[in-house]
Design a protein around this ligand. Structure first.
Ligand SMILES: Nc1ncnc2c1ncn2[C@@H]1O[C@H](COP(=O)(O)OP(=O)(O)OP(=O)(O)O)[C@@H](O)[C@H]1O
Ligand SMILES: [Mg+2]
Length: 277
């Protein structure tokens, strides 16, 4: 077990009086656009939860509200019973943003990005200690990116970029990881590496919320699933949430007849979910 796993284990082994994440009636507008409408969600510790919903259903907005990057117009978010700012300050939440939300031209190397996860561990000077460098090296190794450490972050493939951000969360010893579409545009190797890491992190006590359009992979990766359409329509076991009639609530009735469109234009067969239990 790594030092970070040991740290997380200590956190999760303590009696947890509060859920890991609690979203209470959160409403968010962007100008006239209602992005979240009294959304509520409770996530217990060390669970992997898949967040699904159509484009524009509010998934990224929910992540930003949980991170405290957006202030809700109504409702509140509690991380371990406290406002998100506290968890962020303590480095408790790792965030893998949706690719569209990142400036990939920014002059940072892969190592710099992962080192950002150590800021909370550093003093005013932000001078990395031996322990910081060791944590970054270990995280890079775990996501299989050691050989790319010196490369500018924008010069990685899509899957490698996602892995770099996962490494940042690992280096910071996050007890919670929010991943916004980590499998979008990602090849099989990155998908397998990321999935394996998420399982390892969860078994070390990390709570994981992950948005995805890959409904096939969801039951294998996730302990539970949430259907979002501005509000949480359903939250339960993946097999239940993925029932076609439930997907139809979130994606429209087409899914019952024609299957879901998959990224890249391929189609999900609704039959796959229909065959389930
Ligand atoms: N910065 C913004 N300014 C104005 N409207 C926004 C902004 N960000 C998101 N929206 C709108 O808010 C709604 C929710 O957007 P959000 O990005 O949360 O959806 P999403 O579920 O993450 O979608 P996708 O699957 O495409 O990533 C959409 O209608 C979107 O157009
Ligand atoms: Mg999004």
């Amino acid at each position: 077990m790594s030092i970070h796993a040991a740290h997380r284990r200590t956190v999760s082994d303590q009696a947890a009086p509060h859920p890991a994440i609690r979203v209470e009636g959160v409403t968010v507008h962007y100008g006239e656009v209602l992005a979240l409408d009294s959304a509520s969600l409770t996530l217990e510790h060390a669970r992997i939860c898949g967040l699904i919903g159509m484009n524009g259903s509010g998934k990224s907005t929910l992540f930003k509200a949980i991170m405290g990057m957006i202030k809700p117009d109504a409702g509140r978010v509690l991380i371990n019973g406290a406002p998100p700012a506290k968890a962020r300050k303590e480095g408790g939440i790792g965030y893998v943003p949706q690719s569209e939300d990142v400036d990939w031209q920014f002059p940072l190397s892969v190592r710099d990005v992962v080192m950002m996860g150590r800021y909370g561990h550093q003093g005013f000077t932000r001078r990395p200690s031996k322990a910081d460098r060791a944590a970054v090296d270990e995280a890079l190794d775990r996501v299989e990116l050691s050989e790319f450490a010196g490369r500018q972050i924008g010069q990685l493939s899509g899957g490698q970029k996602k892995r770099a951000f996962v490494a940042r969360g690992i280096a910071q010893g996050a007890t919670m990881m929010l991943l916004d579409e980590p499998f979008a545009g990602v090849d099989k190797r990155s998908e397998v590496t990321i999935s394996r890491l998420l399982r390892e992190l969860a078994s070390d006590g990390c709570t994981i919320l992950i948005s995805t359009h890959d409904l096939h992979a969801l039951p294998e990766l996730c302990d539970e699933a949430v259907l979002l359409m501005r509000r949480v329509l359903m939250h339960g076991a993946p097999d239940l949430v993925l029932q076609p009639e439930n997907l139809a609530m979130a994606f429209g009735l087409d899914v019952l007849n024609r299957g879901l469109p998959e990224e890249g234009g391929r189609r999900h067969a609704a039959a796959r979910t229909e065959n389930r239990g």
